[in-house]
Design a protein around this ligand. Structure first.
Ligand code: FAD
Length: 426
């Protein structure tokens, strides 16, 4: 019989349970990806996706298969292809966003006699597998982490040796990668290389992860987001290294927010914690200055410019920029989160909105009145000012830590740099 494997954000051949199961059980397998023009994306993100698809196609071709690429509504295109090849079933990875839930529901409704099977693979532990006594999901991280560490895991599955595709299926062309640049290449091959490299230094993560200019984090988030890297395989490989626990804990945060979104689909629009909706300001001027990296607070502007240039931002900078927007400028977290969604390569409804709500104090497991002092944080995590100088060229001539407080420069120096006064520091 014949199975269509719909790839979504599991763009890999290694440890891909949907692909693996289809190759084990069906005589013919048709791998498919549908480009959905209704999903917005920056040029950086488009490039990363296209590179990931090209790499996936290459891997499938190396095993006798190919990647069919269609464009349009993913459900309609999948059902059309399933009819074309007279498939008996459709296999895909289960996912947690409202978009993914709708896709799954519509596939089941439209598939008729064909089976639709969902497989794990997007998280280490499938969302919904772990439930606290009396609830449908964990609201607080630490007990979730404890349960997650103790949870029984599925086995990592190998790469299929051969993929037997039926003859005569039009595979379609990939779009051009376009002009985005700034981050490493997309795809499973690049992702696996990065994992190998990263695991050599994972033991230093605890000490280096907050160093803004040092790039001491894994930079694996885009690969994890698009599934070029299997989160389970990564967690297993990391657990064999000394001192990897702080890193593995971060992988658990990813699973944590996935199970939150799975149970609370309104995460993108509604305060998670009842009673924490505030009267956020609609201050266009402040919001636009923040978005453009022109707040006059160097560390905040550096973060926002890194976001737009590279499609990625250091976690500490995400915390500081989000906190400045919500806690200093009083602007709605939803507006800031939408800017992140538009630019981040790893943009992810669960992680992005979960973290924004955490910073804004509307989320679970947060302290609503915490607010980061951007100057103190900058002096602590970018003590020599290198991070700011890298992304804010107007300040490149200001030496050392003075770059964090350009308003304190003497008059002549202050006039020499074309950089705005801070919107607010209170
Ligand atoms: P590392 O520090 O090496 O961590 C390894 C992996 O663990 C990451 O790749 C990521 O998958 C996961 N992880 C780490 N921190 C978190 C966290 N706080 N929450 C959930 N998962 C985490 N991460 C996204 O993947 N997508 C987003 O859209 C996103 N939006 C964010 C918005 C805000 C306001 C904040 C404060 C954080 C956001 N994060 C998001 C979490 C975190 O900043 C990034 O995952 C991290 O910076 C990616 O870099 P890395 O791969 O080097 O991370």
């Amino acid at each position: 019989d014949t199975a269509v494997v719909l790839f979504t954000r599991d763009l890999r051949v290694h440890d891909n349970p949907a692909l693996h199961a289809a190759c084990e059980t069906a005589a013919r397998v048709v791998p498919l990806f549908v480009l959905d023009p209704s999903v917005p994306g920056s040029p950086n993100r488009h490039r990363f996706l296209v590179e990931s698809l090209a790499d996936l196609r290459e891997s499938l071709r190396g095993r006798g298969g190919d990647l069919v690429v269609r464009e349009g509504d993913p459900v309609e295109e999948t059902l059309k292809l399933a009819a074309e090849v007279d498939a008996d079933g459709i296999a895909l990875a289960a996912d947690v966003s409202p978009y993914a839930h709708r896709r799954q529901r519509r596939l089941v409704e439209g598939a008729g006699r064909r089976s639709v099977k969902l497989f794990p693979g997007v998280t280490v532990v499938p969302p919904g597998d772990l439930k606290p006594g009396g609830g449908d999901h964990y609201k607080v991280f630490t007990p979730y982490y404890r349960a997650w560490q103790a949870a029984k895991r599925r086995d990592v599955v190998g790469t299929p040796r051969t993929i037997a595709m039926p003859a005569g299926v039009g595979v379609g062309r990939l779009p051009k990668p376009g002009s985005g640049n700034g981050f490493a290449a997309g795809g499973e091959s690049a992702g696996r290389r990065r994992v190998r490299e990263w695991l050599r230094s994972v033991g230093e993560y605890d000490e280096l992860h907050d160093d803004l200019p040092g790039d001491g984090t894994s930079r694996l988030s885009p690969y994890l987001h698009f599934g070029c890297v299997s989160p389970l395989d990564l967690a297993v490989a990391a657990s064999e290294k000394d001192g990897a626990e702080p890193f593995i804990r971060q992988l658990c945060w990813r699973d944590f927010y996935a199970q939150v979104l799975n149970a609370f689909p309104g995460l993108r629009t509604k305060a998670y914690r009842p009673g924490t909706e505030e009267n956020w300001k609609k201050d266009r001027h402040a919001f636009e200055a923040w978005e453009a990296g022109q707040t006059g607070v160097p560390v905040v502007d550096a973060g926002m410019r890194q976001l737009v240039d590279e499609g990625w931002m250091h976690n500490r900078a995400r915390l500081l920029t989000a906190s400045y927007l919500t806690k200093h400028l009083g602007v709605d977290w939803r507006d800031g989160a939408a800017v992140f969604m538009a630019h981040l390569l790893d943009a992810d409804v669960a992680n992005n909105y979960g973290n924004w709500q955490w910073v804004a104090g509307t989320g679970n497991d947060t302290r609503p009145y915490r607010r980061f002092n951007p100057v103190r944080q900058a002096l602590r995590f970018d003590p020599a000012g290198d991070y700011v100088r890298r992304y804010v060229p107007e300040l490149a001539s200001v030496p050392g830590k003075a770059v964090h407080t350009p308003w304190d420069l003497d008059e002549a120096d202050r006039r020499a740099v074309k950089y705005p006064e801070p919107l607010t520091l209170d």
